[in-house]
Design a protein around this ligand. Structure first.
Ligand code: PMP
Length: 405
């Protein structure tokens, strides 16, 4: 019958992309999707990825057999080291398990499914307000409700640390808390390391369960270690935690779906046995969902992660991407300040990573779309990577116009 399956709304971000493609103006600008673009506005295949691809193509031993259920071991083990540090106590003590996933989305989903099946604390997942819109539906789809903790302070366009900590204190004990380790999507606002330490203290005191979603390691600051600092602090403190890891942005492997899910248990007797049981359950979940993860993206990342020379080149590529974004932040802020656009614009350079939460209202966003062919999400988020030396003047002037008239 016609009424059994109602029409679902279109995904707002992909709807925006569709509208952008249909726009025939030569001035049109895509600041919607979170994908890196070079200074010509073009997608960028990382030079190190090209090299890894070449190496793979010349390897006569590779075939198209299934990967193991948990994925390519050389990839997952190096991914864990990348995130937690090669000398991480959790890795050394055998308290971590890693499984290859369908990029970051698949990792968040696998974690959600695992929690839905086994988590005995408060099953509400606390996510930041706002957060990556997909978080809500990923958890809700497996039967875990989401609640929000305050995150973005509209006045300062920075972190509402007081609101955040108060909400985490008031949440029922043993709630799941979803955290973005760096380059928060959509705001670009991160806690400082001292604030992370305070958050860890509250999470410990309340026996909350931290679940990190890491989609921008190395892409935020250009430094892989710095971008992992919050996670490594939690691990040092002996937390039991989950972590979803995406290689979409930092390797530019968006469509190849390379990612990992990691679980870590607290130190103590029986920790290694616990992690083995967790790994066995993750394998069952994986088998029923996808059987075997995809090979190509993981092979590319693994080739780089396992070769010190290529790894060093990757770090240079990361510096290229994050450096260009940081320079666009500086340029946009100074252009708006030069134009005398009302308001403060320091948040553009204070924020980090792929996105900036501009503070533009929905009405201004729609005017930018209709009058200037500039496409961004309705919450005023812009993908910094969509700006370049050729279109930034146009964008600043368009913003100035909708703010002042
Ligand atoms: N989490 C966050 C916060 C993200 O911003 C993204 C990318 N938009 C992801 C997870 C997952 O992306 P992917 O599945 O492409 O790795």
């Amino acid at each position: 019958p016609a009424d059994v399956v109602p029409q679902a709304p279109e995904d707002p971000l992909f709807g925006l992309m569709r509208a952008f493609r249909a726009d025939e103006s030569p001035d049109k600008m895509d600041l919607g999707i979170g994908a890196y673009r070079d200074d010509n506005g073009k997608p960028w295949v990382l030079p190190v990825v090209k090299k890894a691809d070449e190496i793979l193509r010349n390897n006569p031993d590779l075939n198209h057999e299934y990967a193991p259920i948990a994925g390519i071991q050389a990839f997952t083990s190096k991914s864990a080291e990348l995130m937690f540090g090669a000398d991480s106590p959790a890795l050394k003590e055998g308290r971590a398990t890693s499984i290859q996933t369908i990029s970051g989305t698949g990792a968040v989903h696998l974690g959600a499914l695992f929690l839905a099946k086994f988590y005995k604390g408060n099953r509400t997942v606390y996510v930041s307000n706002p957060t990556w819109a997909n978080h809500h539906q990923i958890f809700n789809n497996v039967g875990l409700p989401t609640a929000q903790y305050p995150y973005f302070d509209k006045k300062t366009k920075g972190l509402d640390f007081e609101g955040m900590t108060q909400a985490l204190r008031e949440a029922p004990d043993r709630s799941v808390v979803l955290l973005h380790p760096c380059a928060h999507n959509p705001t670009g606002v991160d806690p400082t390391l001292d604030q992370w330490k305070e958050l860890a203290a509250i999470i410990r005191q309340k026996n909350h369960f931290p679940f990190f979603d890491s989609a921008y390691q190395g892409f935020a600051s250009g430094n892989l270690v710095r971008d992992a600092a919050a996670v490594r602090y939690f691990v040092e403190q002996g937390f039991e935690l989950l972590l979803a890891q995406s290689f979409a942005k930092n390797f530019g492997l968006y469509g190849e779906r390379a990612g990992c899910f990691h679980a870590i248990t607290s130190p103590g007797p029986g920790a290694a046995e616990t992690i083995a049981r967790i790994a066995s359950q993750l394998a069952i979940l994986q088998r029923s969902e996808i059987s075997n993860p995809p090979l190509y993206g993981a092979r590319i990342a693994s080739t780089v992660l396992n070769d010190p020379k290529l790894f060093a080149e990757w770090e240079e590529n990361l510096a290229t991407m994050s450096g260009r974004i940081i320079s666009m932040r500086k340029a946009l802020r100074s252009k708006l300040e030069e134009l005398g656009t009302p308001g403060t614009w320091n948040h553009i350079t204070d924020q980090i990573g792929m996105f900036s939460f501009t503070g533009l209202t929905e009405e201004q966003v729609l005017r930018l779309r209709n009058e200037a062919h500039v496409y961004m999400t309705k919450n005023g988020r812009i993908s910094m990577a969509g700006l370049n030396t050729k279109n930034i003047d146009y964008f600043a002037k368009a913003v100035h116009k909708v703010v002042t008239t």
